[in-house]
Design a protein around this ligand. Sequence first.
Ligand code: UDP
Ligand code: MG
Length: 318
Amino acid sequence: MMKEAVLYVVVPCYNEEEVLEETTKQLKLKMEDLINKKVISSKSKVMYVNDGSKDKTWEIIKNINKKEKLFTGISLSRNRGHQNALLGGLMTAKEYADVVISMDADLQDDINAMDEMLKKYKEGNDIVYGVRSARKKDTFFKRVTAEGFYKFMKVLGVDCVYNHADYRLTSKRVLDEFANFKEVNLFLRGMFPLVGFKSDVVYYERNERFAGESKYPLKKMLNFAWDGITSFSVKPLRFICTLGFLILLVSFGIMIYSLVRKLTGNTVDGWTFLSISIWFIGSLQMISIGIIGEYVGKIYSESKARPRFIISENLERK
Ligand code: UDP
Ligand code: MG
């Protein structure tokens, strides 16, 4: 009989004093249930990551840890943002766990999807992505912008799981490989697919935040989306070159048009020369910037130093 896996649930928390008690209550029930059903080992824990909160979040976490052996925590030296906090939690938890699930502190991710995730893990999946089946409870604005974003990422050639945020199960070996991704502009949901291994998805309904307010105001959301695009795609750079060539075509049109106007004799002196020059030089400049962009793009991907391959099985090493 295989020993049950040790599960760590990593929960980043930034100013979450309003939700922690309730989250703890619900997660405790869930963890105890999973332990009793022998789905996970009794050594499993929930790890709260205090992301430099300004309220009592860390005091609350320390108190919970004193009372409940199921709960533990780490605290970052200052606020570093959701993605960094999450990474800190994952990299710490992997030292103790066989499998890690990450979720938000506000229970917007349905914790009952954990059962299904663990089932898929047992079936041999190393990553299980939680995917929102519907966004009924999101505002119209949030739904349209978020779904538009995922579609746009696809156009840019980024391999993102549609409607998946950061509710996901990862095995220890995925996290060990993930530690080799040294980039500092984190967009975790786009990075995990790069690791590879067998993966699956679990659908769940996203709830409303039950207390407190969103720690992701519009400005942070836009920054995050922009990070996602610029950390994963060099297509915007390539677009400059394409634009340059398009303008070059236009400049040929302008050239013919200007010459015809000149030969039919209804132009001011010097106009032909100027209009041709402006368009032609413009397109040359655009193309030159595009070429520089190509090299900048290369430097950019080299500087990320992502792993060039990850071995999943080696028959030499039994
Ligand atoms: N969070 C964090 N650091 C931050 C902002 C947010 O650790 O700087 C955490 C927050 O406590 C929550 C999760 O990230 O657990 C998601 O944030 P939130 O629920 O506010 O985002 P939303 O669901 O509104 O997109
Ligand atoms: Mg939330």
